[in-house]
Design a protein around this ligand. Structure first.
Ligand code: PHE
Length: 345
């Protein structure tokens, strides 16, 4: 009996040490130490032993059990540890690997141009004014010296919503609204960026919706030379110090006199190329001295106050500044186009 117990101990410990995983170890435990196991079986024969031998055998059986239990516990710790190590090894991350580049969004090229122009004028003491895109005929046309039926309304084909409401065709109505708010008191010094809408067939240089930026200054003693000086600063800051400007006579119903401003071509510096159509000059914006009728309609005394205004298309400025050859690129959201304006690349 003693031998059988020792044999079982040896056998069980051998199996324990060979066990590959926790499940196998548990099976061994059940097989050897369970109620139906061989040790219990051996102990059943204890009745046949003498009173002297019985406690010895009992002690031995307990010892064998303890040995096997200890063996199993030690192995269990070992296997659990191994399991953790294997898991750690499998989940190792190489933190030195370079990361995958993530494309972060960036400001739209038009937003950048508009903000650049805003900053420039804010630096000259202007404030930014905004107004509604769905506008009253009164502010879009009438208050700007364009009464109903005026032929010059044809210069800006419009999207009407009702007889008296339309999508604004320019940002000049913001000027009319701002002047009205000032109740005849200067100075007014604003820059108005925003979306405008005109019935136009879209092509490389036309869009039925685009961004305009207009400026307005009203005060006592504002003269044409103030306009010219302001526009010159703008042209040089946006397109380079070596730019020259020229003013050509033009017509807008809300300014008198009216001009268009050209800048010397930044591609060929005046020698003649495709961008300036061999003239050496590029048209940039419209401007003029605020018409006395416009001042009076907004409640300003045109004998006391004078002013100048100018307006430009942000797309045109961006196209010239960045060499974009089709206005539609600004709206079709091709990420290859948009990404080129990221400050991170
Ligand atoms: N509002 C004019 C346009 O859209 C531009 C402009 C503004 C011209 C101010 C002169 C003065 O054509």
């Amino acid at each position: 009996m003693q031998e059988r117990l020792k044999e079982l101990q040896g056998e069980a410990l051998e199996k324990v040490s060979a066990a590959m995983d926790l499940k196998e170890l548990n099976d061994i435990r059940v097989a050897y130490l369970g109620k139906k196991g061989p040790i219990t079986e051996v102990l059943k024969g204890m009745g046949k032993l003498s009173a002297e031998e019985r406690p010895k055998m009992g002690a031995l059986a307990n010892e064998v059990r303890d040995q096997i239990t200890q063996g199993i516990t030690a192995k269990q710790v070992q296997l659990e540890e191994a399991q953790i190590q294997a898991k750690l090894a499998a989940e190792t991350i190489d933190v030195t690997l370079p990361g995958r580049p993530v494309h972060t969004g960036n400001h739209h090229s038009l937003t950048r141009v508009v903000e650049e122009i805003e900053d420039l004028f804010i630096g000259m003491g202007y404030t930014v004014a905004e107004g509604p895109e769905v506008e009253k005929d009164y502010y879009n046309f009438e208050a700007l010296n364009l009464p109903k039926g005026h032929p010059a309304r044809d210069m800006q084909d419009s999207f009407y919503i009702t007889e008296d409401i339309l999508l604004r065709t320019h940002t000049s109505p913001v000027q009319a609204r701002t002047m009205e708010k000032h109740e005849g008191k200067g100075p007014v010094k604003i820059i108005c960026p925003g979306k405008v809408f005109r019935r136009d067939n879209d092509d490389a240089t036309h869009s039925h919706q685009f961004m305009q930026i207009e400026g307005l200054v009203i005060d006592e003693n504002i003269r044409m030379t103030d306009l010219k000086g302001t526009l010159e600063v703008f042209a040089k800051k946006m397109f380079g110090e070596e730019r020259e400007i020229r003013l050509r006579p033009s017509f807008f119903p809300f300014t008198e006199p009216s001009v268009e401003m050209d800048i010397s071509c930044m591609i060929c510096s005046g020698e003649g190329c495709n961008v300036c159509k061999k003239t050496g000059w590029i048209e940039i914006l419209g401007a003029g001295m605020v018409h006395p009728n416009v001042l009076e309609m907004a409640g300003f005394d045109s004998k006391k106050y004078t002013g100048f205004a100018f307006g430009m298309g942000a797309e045109r400025i961006a196209m010239l500044k960045y060499g974009v050859d089709d206005i539609r690129h600004f709206y079709t959201n091709d990420s290859r186009f948009l990404k080129q304006f990221s400050i991170h690349e």
